[in-house]
Design a protein around this ligand. Structure first.
Ligand code: 13P
Ligand code: SF4
Length: 321
């Protein structure tokens, strides 16, 4: 999604000064700022590009900027480095991780591979660079179904690390992929019962859900898709309202695309007004982005060997996408 400068009109003065400094430094240092849809609105509005994991990886691969500043989480910035290793890749907070990436350690995957030597390893992009090195193919929530459908029907697959996305793909394709037991700490907490209550309070609304949600939520959803797929859906769909089962940050892009529609974010809490924030995504702030531009740090550093090995399954994904 392309961003216009006019998007930041109306920001508070202290934010505006930071925003102006960030814009100046970006230009001076030839930096491209990539932001995920789960970032806070003020970060989305100053990004050069916002997108889902797949689109951001493609942007990182193709950019001609000298520096990539990635306002997302660690595995996303690592993927950018792997795809464009000659660029300096910066991340505002090095500790912005992901419960899915943490759920699958390279040593454990090595052991599992030894147990199932006839299985190929298909890894969701939400995993570490070391896990990518042990993978045959990477997927995102935006292309997982397409990629799995393109694999031979008798291909045995070990899917890591998201059991919810993996289970969804199994149900949609009729496959029987072996699933790693990881999950997203944000999406997995959404409960079908509470989501249904919210839907009952807004009977005109359709339920749209990210495939990282658990099976009970996905089974009652009217539409399941990646962040970018959800945005495409609400743009093309005729309904006037949606219950949204994913992270709060996406509402900003939804309201920009469809300002006349109503969006109700599903929450793990009983309070219908609560937000559903990823604590890792929300570690990024305007202040940290500014400091990151001044210091050109924290930087993503990976060995040449890791970059070479991890690039193979990611590039295979991009060719198939
Ligand atoms: P998307 O690829 O849909 O943007 O998902 C990334 C993610 O981390 C969702 O939790
Ligand atoms: Fe990871 Fe979940 Fe946060 Fe996405 S929302 S970055 S999957 S913890």
């Amino acid at each position: 999604m392309e961003i216009k400068d006019s998007d930041t009109v109306g920001y508070r003065q202290e934010n505006l000064s930071l925003i102006n400094e960030i814009r100046r430094l970006k230009k001076e240092k030839h930096v491209v700022l990539l932001a995920h849809y789960y970032q806070v609105p003020e970060i989305q509005d100053i990004a050069d590009f916002i997108g889902d994991s797949l689109a951001l990886a493609q942007q990182a691969r193709d950019t001609t900027a000298d520096i990539i500043l990635f306002a997302g989480v660690h595995f996303m910035a690592e993927t950018a480095k792997i795809l464009n290793p000659n660029k300096k890749v910066l991340i505002p907070d090095l500790t912005a991780g992901c419960s899915l990436a943490d759920a699958c350690k390279a040593e454990d995957l090595k052991a599992m591979k030894a147990e199932y030597p006839d299985h190929m390893v298909l890894s969701y992009v939400n995993c570490s660079a070391e896990v990518k090195c042990l993978s045959d193919l990477i997927c995102t929530s935006g292309n997982a179904l397409k990629l799995v459908n393109a694999l031979p029907a008798d291909q045995k697959i070990l899917f890591v690390p998201d059991r919810n996305l993996g289970g969804y793909i199994n149900r949609m394709t009729g496959r029987n992929m072996r699933l790693w037991p990881g999950c997203c700490e944000v999406h997995n907490l959404l409960e079908a019962e509470k989501v249904l209550k919210l839907k009952q309070a807004h009977p005109e609304a359709k339920l749209i859900a990210h495939p990282e949600c658990n099976q009970a939520v996905l089974e009652i959803a009217d539409f399941v898709g990646s962040t970018a797929a959800m945005l495409k859906f609400i743009k093309e769909d005729a309904s006037s309202a949606y219950v949204v089962a994913t992270e709060t940050g996406i509402l900003h892009a939804m309201l920009k695309i469809c300002p006349e529609k109503k969006f109700y974010i599903a929450s793990p809490s009983d309070m219908t007004c609560c937000e559903n924030d990823c604590p890792h995504m929300k570690k990024n702030t305007l202040e940290k982005i500014y400091r990151c531009l001044v210091d050109e740090s924290p930087e993503i550093i990976l060995s040449d060997e890791v970059i070479e090995r991890a690039a193979k399954p990611i590039e295979a994904m991009l060719r198939m996408s």
